[in-house]
Design a binder for this molecule. Sequence first.
Ligand code: CA
Length: 235
Amino acid sequence: MDIKDRVLVVEDDKSIRNFFRTILEANNYDVIMANTGAEAYSMVTSQCPDLVILDLGLPDMDGMKILKSIREWSAMPILVVSARTHERDKVEALDAGADDYITKPFGTSELLARIRTAIRHARTAYLTPQGMQTGIFHSGGLTIDYDKHRVYVDGRDANLTQNEYKLVSLLGKYAGKVLTYDYIIKEIWGPNMKNDNRILRVNMANIRRKIEKNPGKPEYIFTEVGVGYRIVDPD
Ligand code: CA
């Protein structure tokens, strides 16, 4: 028998809770529920969920507070679900350590894909030494060879510069997840780099010219406007 992944849903709206329960149980997850921030705190520590789905608008506290406090001691995957659609809220949640951010209303298949991605990341993070990525990433015609530090498109070397390679491999390491501009800049150019998106945009434009058939309609690296970039899931 398969061991089910346990998902903690932190949500005060009864109809949304029921929706989550139905969808998740139908897809073989073990579902536990918290209505308030206080309940969420105690369940996170007592029930050891494999993933937390976190609503930001809770009756007793802001979900951001729970997110930040879990991140002080745990790397468990947290998927923020919110009615707040402003880019600033997404950036804030992602930079505070949310694995992903999904805006209400959302589709079932999108939700399930995001859950699978977040749980997979949490698992693979334990398998490779921190910061190190080895092996091969494949998605359609795109290949990242982490051992050789090369990127290929349809078998041809894309001839990326060192920083371009770093950027693509960073996105590849977190495939399917949006990385914020600020996070990417700090990872690639270091913590003292000023938070200027221009250098990142220039690099991304050059990467797209090298790897995308139509840089205006990318197939491999997507822009989440005002938030950051995301690379496609591997095959
Ligand atoms: Ca709510």
